[in-house]
Design a protein around this ligand. Structure first.
Ligand SMILES: [Mn+2]
Length: 413
């Protein structure tokens, strides 16, 4: 029997703008929130006496975190090393430097030869001895187009063609790792990637327009006892039949408002005689609350706004207040009293949206309930701008270029 703790997407040091300096420690409170959730994961690994810890990638928001954030990360992971718990640190897209190969922020653990630590930045099978025998972990870090393909192979191809070529190259490489496996040992695939079946929020496919995705058929293999994923911040099991479970544990703390409604946590699993059972354990991530109010029809917008805020459990939460108001109502709102109420939250932002009748009439194509792609929206905007008519084509060309670059960077989750 092998017991495993699987967690991912720590992103230590991100979202600091939602925090404030803790006067007792001098650290940003959001860094402390993330460290708390990380330390609870490590506590659990130790208390449950797991045989191995698998980290699914994205340790920090980028590949060059400041030393005090590196130190906070190392202080927690060191507890695993002290107890000789084998730990695999997989390299995610946020851990990679755009010009250097390998996971820059994590490679220090390899350089220092931290006992029982593996930094995984290549497709490789690791045969790891735990206190309960061998485990085979195939590691698949975040793939970039340049990591598998040479420039000469991709020249003149569209992004879609390059993605297809990437999958065609990955498939036999993964197959060759699978054929080398020992069928008697528990086997786990640990991968940082976007699977075509991944969802986030409500029923919305994450994959659309976000670059390279892997077909789930590549991961649904009977040779695997468990597929441990990283990258998508919403916890989900992509294979409800559990043959094998294909799990995103999600991030351990809320990185931004897009994760407002998601539960955060980690996964504990047991592989016993080829059968895998797993459980998701929630972490006490700080709540994010969006308060929406439309006071444009209210005779007492101040009261409407305060009543709306008072209905929400804002204490200790990160709050954003979005309200719609007509410009002539602005003087009816005493913003300092709104600040006074919101001060009971952990932190807050106030975003008033001033409704203007004129702009709505002028651009009906951009009206409520309509959606346009960015290029169409820009064209609609430019149609109305006589003063910049002569550079319309250049602006559109520049927009196309920007969107193309955005797709190439694939800096998603
Ligand atoms: Mn990622």
């Amino acid at each position: 029997m092998i017991k495993v703790l699987h967690f991912s997407d720590i992103h230590l040091g991100s979202g600091l703008s939602h925090g404030r300096t803790n006067p007792k420690t001098g650290f940003n409170t959001r860094l402390e929130d993330f460290v708390k959730c990380l330390s609870l994961c490590i506590d659990s690994a130790i208390e449950e006496e797991v045989d191995i810890v698998l980290f699914g990638g994205d340790a920090f928001p980028n590949s060059t975190p400041p030393p005090y954030i590196q130190e906070a990360f190392a202080t927690q992971f060191r507890r695993l090393s002290n107890l000789n718990i084998p730990t695999v640190l997989l390299v995610g897209n946020h851990d990679q430097h755009s010009h250097i190969n390998g996971g820059v922020s994590l490679s220090i653990y390899r350089t220092l030869k931290v006992p029982n630590f593996i930094v995984a930045d290549t497709l490789k099978t690791h045969k790891i001895l735990t206190k309960n025998g061998y485990v085979q972990v195939i590691t698949l870090p975040w793939l970039t187009r340049s990591s598998l393909l040479t420039k000469s192979k991709t020249e003149g191809l569209s992004l879609e063609q390059i993605d297809n070529l990437l999958i065609e190259t990955l498939e036999p490489a993964l197959e060759s790792e699978i054929r080398k496996l020992n069928s008697n040992d528990p086997t786990i695939l640990l991968a940082h990637l976007m699977v075509d079946r991944a969802r986030f929020g409500t029923e919305k496919f994450l994959a659309v327009g976000r670059g390279f995705t892997i077909p789930i058929s590549l991961l649904m293999r009977s040779e695997f006892n468990y597929v441990a994923l990283g990258h998508v911040h919403k916890h989900q099991n992509l294979n409800p039949k559990n043959n094998p479970p294909i799990i995103y544990p999600g991030s351990i703390e809320r990185v931004d408002f897009s994760e407002e409604k998601e539960q955060k946590g980690y996964v504990l699993l047991i592989i016993k005689k080829g059968q895998t059972s797993w459980n998701f354990f929630p972490l006490p991530a700080r709540p994010f609350i969006t308060i929406k109010a439309n006071v444009s029809q209210s005779t007492n917008p101040q009261k409407t706004l305060i009543d709306t805020i008072r209905k929400k459990p804002i204490k200790e939460a990160i709050v954003r207040l979005n309200y719609q108001v007509r410009s002539e109502q602005l003087e009816l709102i005493d913003i300092s009293s709104i600040h006074e109420i919101l001060k009971h939250s952990h932190s807050y932002t106030i975003c008033p949206e001033i409704l203007s009748e004129i702009s709505r009439i002028r651009l009906p194509e951009l009206g409520f309930g309509k959606s346009l792609d960015p290029i169409e929206a820009l064209k609609t905007y430019l149609k109305d701008k006589n003063d910049i008519k002569d550079i319309t084509d250049e602006l559109l060309e520049a927009a196309h270029q920007l969107l193309k670059e955005k797709n190439e960077i694939i800096e998603t989750d």
